[in-house]
Design a protein. Structure first.
Length: 181
């Protein structure tokens, strides 16, 4: 259930195109959405661009559609963000360079060195690769629960599921992850 304040702000946006009400919701959810996007994009600039695009799409959706009036604003923006990420990666599918890989945190071995990698670095890379093999849904629930340390109710809002379904999804995601590690 949404808060009365959120419900009131959404009412103001729908009824009066109230930009201040939208700005309040934007400020309230900006950091969480930015963290979500940044963890899935290679550069800060890409995350900034997609952050703005997601909020613009959310604004337009709120003004033009009343189909999901019961939904949470955070659910709407994270749902929109997932689709924006899909669009982004479709466009970038064939555009991977060494610079992009380095900016994304992937290690590029230097042929002039002996090729030794620290055990910690190797473990981190192994875990990143294993998480990368999982479905988007499994990746998302692991990132939200383990790395962002959100509770099940907040994850449920973001993923547009109930808390029980989130627990089951996390359990299945971790079980799948263990196969790759």
């Amino acid at each position: 259930m949404r808060s009365d304040r959120e419900q009131f702000l959404l009412f103001r946006i729908r009824s009066f195109q109230d930009q201040r009400a939208f700005a309040e919701l934007f400020l309230e959810h900006k950091q969480a959405l930015y963290t979500f996007l940044r963890s899935r994009l290679p550069t800060k600039e890409d995350a900034d661009d997609l952050l703005n695009a997601v909020f613009l799409r959310a604004w337009n959706f709120i003004l033009t559609s009343h189909a999901n009036e019961k939904d949470h604003f955070s659910g709407l923006i994270f749902h929109t963000a997932r689709f924006a990420l899909k669009d982004y990666w479709k466009g970038k599918r064939n555009e991977v360079s060494l610079t992009d890989m380095q900016e994304a945190g992937q290690d590029i071995p230097d042929p002039s060195t002996s090729g030794t990698v620290s055990e910690a670095g190797a473990e981190v890379r192994l875990i990143k690769e294993a998480i990368g093999r999982l479905s988007e849904e499994y990746q998302e629930v692991i990132v939200l629960r383990i790395f962002e340390q959100l509770d099940y109710d907040e994850i449920a809002k973001r993923m547009e599921k109930n808390a029980g379904a989130v627990r089951v999804t996390l359990h299945r995601a971790l079980k799948e992850l263990r196969k790759y590690v």
